[in-house]
Design a protein around this ligand. Structure first.
Ligand SMILES: Nc1ncnc2c1ncn2[C@@H]1O[C@H](COP(=O)(O)OP(=O)(O)OP(=O)(O)O)[C@@H](O)[C@H]1O
Length: 283
């Protein structure tokens, strides 16, 4: 559904150079530290910043050439944007109805009620969590076939985050051909939701992997200097110094467990894998 090939966005002191694919009916996650380029990537996909070279296509069509109907079929949440805060939900509903031909007002108002979002209160009086729910709800209210969601759970407590993640999962059940591209700082959110995950650092994709593979076959080996010298290095990806020697990231945990039975091999969380890539040296 989305195919980006070496899409480059240039700012004076930053360059995004990204290749990425999001398939129909899948949820793809983008993770990366502050300033890695996640929002820039989302803006490029939405045509809000120019792509200097490379390509970005949605359903085979260059994003610069998408029709109004194509754009209407994309639901978005952008981290820094929000509606005019003098609006109420009632005002917003009227606006969305005039904007999106497929706006489902009854779904929107029903979900607002489910989330205890008051219809007649000005949006400026909404809490961070209420605003976040409203933004995501808006993206889901016009029969979008692609959701591009930049940190929809940012700043939320655990229960509000889970409400949003559950809402996305329900949407996919009801719209099985829909695809979702979502970013988050919280890898456990992505672990729960995503089929595959891209790790972005300084504008480049350093890792792309199926979530199941990250959880099933990745491992962290704990070795001292001497142990490091004795290891087969073919399947080692990153090395990080520790008090006792090194932590080594591999995508062949079983190989090391079987061939080095005395070696300490841990099954990492997605956060640990991302930290190894963030702070470690590429091998
Ligand atoms: N309009 C702009 N003009 C110039 N530089 C920009 C602009 N927008 C972003 N940048 C720079 O691009 C880099 C990537 O920013 P971006 O907002 O894409 O990162 P991010 O991964 O979304 O970060 P965060 O997790 O903090 O939201 C940063 O160094 C930022 O300063």
């Amino acid at each position: 559904m989305i195919v980006m090939e070496n899409a480059v966005v240039r700012y004076p002191s930053f360059e995004l150079d990204c290749s990425l694919q999001v398939n129909e009916g899948t949820i793809t996650g983008i993770v990366g530290e502050n300033g890695a380029g996640k929002t820039t990537l989302f803006k490029a996909l939405l045509g809000l910043v120019p792509i200097a070279s490379g390509s970005a296509k949605i359903n085979g069509q260059d994003i610069a050439e998408l029709s109004l109907a194509d754009r209407e079929s994309i639901g978005t949440v952008l981290a820094e944007s929000f509606f005019n805060d003098v609006y109420t939900i009632k005002d917003l509903s009227r606006l969305l109805k005039s904007f999106y031909r497929k706006f489902d007002e009854s779904y929107f108002l029903r979900k607002c009620a489910d989330f205890h979002l008051p219809k007649d209160q000005k949006l400026k009086e909404f809490s961070t969590g209420m605003k976040a729910k409203l933004k995501t709800l808006t993206a889901l209210s016009h029969e979008a076939q692609l959701l591009i969601l930049d940190e929809p759970t940012s700043g939320l407590d655990v229960s509000a985050r889970y409400e949003i993640l559950d809402m996305l999962q329900d949407y996919l059940v009801a719209h099985p051909r829909c695809s979702i591209l979502i970013s988050s700082h919280i890898s456990s959110d992505l672990e729960k939701l995503c089929d595959d995950i891209y790790y972005l650092k300084a504008g480049k994709v350093l890792l792309h992997e199926d979530t199941d593979r990250l959880l099933d076959v990745y491992g962290v080996l704990k070795v001292d200097e001497e142990g490091m010298g004795q290891l087969d290095r073919d399947f080692l990806l990153y090395r990080k110094r520790t008090n006792y020697g090194y932590d080594l990231l591999t995508d062949q945990r079983l190989f090391y467990m079987e061939n080095y039975p005395k070696l300490v091999v841990e099954k990492p969380t997605i956060d640990q894998i991302m930290l190894m890539i963030m702070d470690g040296d590429r091998l």
